[in-house]
Design a binder for this molecule. Structure first.
Ligand code: UDP
Ligand code: MG
Length: 310
């Protein structure tokens, strides 16, 4: 028999928590298997923690971690993954936008042998055009700039096998976007599509500032393009200025007038610019290497072993 953990970050969700519990418990009970619900109270200022405490007192399957202040959904998810003890772990929002019946479909996929099951949003109800547009472009931009095959339009609603959680937890970096990390660790992954309903109660907790922070946490730890770009630009500029110098020298030798002394200003300035950019880019490569050391990601992840003692 397997054990499942639901990991649920909650920030000011006093209106949703009880509804979430009432919807999820009967659904999970149909499995007739062991499960726990790990709620992480992310520094809520409303009655979220009181409601969670009451639930925990009545139901031993309810586990609660409470943050000292608001650290953000990614930190709450990380805490939940650390605290979860299941063989399969499902991360879900507290507002029932991640339908519990889809969680059951994820479990069915896990039983088929998949180690990560992504919930992909086909439609997103009750969200602003701005949010839908930024999400649409973000996933596509992320894939381009990082070169990772991050599935499009998937959020944090996912099932992770225990092995995948252990791999993610072995990554030492501070700023995390779990949906990018889960792509990086690999394993056997699949997607379930679903129509995302509106929030059951309350309002979105994602301010523009939080959205920008989330976007940064996805891009910067997963690409050094931003650091190596100056070196590419510098080499291009250098190539252009050298080509210009050669042309001007040939024109001068052939006694062809091409603008006099002032014409030499462009290749000279761009050559100086090129040298600065290349030097800057080389320093950036060092920064990138130091960053990778600090991130402390494992060099590789072993998925399976055969004929070893343990
Ligand atoms: N959340 C959190 N900390 C935050 C913001 C959000 O734990 O700082 C939780 C929130 O309670 C919900 C989930 O993360 O369970 C997703 O947040 P929300 O529903 O506001 O995001 P949206 O669905 O609008 O993108
Ligand atoms: Mg939501």
């Amino acid at each position: 028999m397997s054990k499942y953990s639901l990991v649920v970050p909650a920030y000011n969700e006093e209106k949703s928590i009880q509804l979430f519990y009432d919807a999820v418990v009967p659904m999970m009970d149909t499995l007739n298997e062991e499960y726990e619900m790990v709620f992480v109270n992310d520094g809520s200022k409303d009655a979220t923690l009181d409601i969670l405490r009451d639930l925990a007192a009545k139901d031993k399957r309810v586990k609660v971690c409470s943050f000292s202040r608001n650290f953000g959904q990614q930190a709450a998810l990380l805490c939940g993954l650390r605290a979860a003890s299941g063989d399969a772990i499902i991360a879900m929002d507290a507002d029932l936008q991640d339908p519990p019946e889809v969680a059951l479909q994820m479990i069915a996929k896990w039983k088929e042998g998949y180690e990560v099951v992504h919930g992909k949003r086909r439609k997103r109800k009750g969200e602003t055009v701005f949010k839908k547009m930024t999400a649409f472009f973000y996933y596509r931009f992320m894939r381009k700039i990082t070169g990772m095959e991050m599935p499009k339009d998937v959020g944090d609603f996912k099932l992770y096998d225990r092995k995948v959680v252990d791999a993610i937890l072995s990554m030492g970096e501070h700023d995390r976007l779990l949906r990018a990390q889960v792509t990086w660790v690999g394993f056997k992954q699949t997607i379930i599509e679903f129509d995302r309903p509106e929030r059951v109660a309350g309002e979105t907790k994602y301010t523009l500032k939080k959205m920008i922070k989330l976007a940064e946490a996805g891009i910067f730890p997963n690409t050094d393009y931003t650091l190596t770009f100056p070196i590419k630009l510098g080499l291009l500029l250098g190539f252009m200025s050298v080509a210009c110098f050669i042309t001007f020298i040939v024109l001068t030798c052939c006694n062809i007038f091409f603008g006099g002394l002032t014409a030499w200003i462009f290749p000279t300035v761009s050559l100086v610019g090129s040298i600065i950019l290349v030097c800057n880019g080389m320093a950036n490569i060092h920064t990138s290497m130091i960053y990778k050391e600090v991130q402390n990601r494992p060099k590789y992840i072993v998925s399976e072993k055969y004929n070893f003692e343990d």
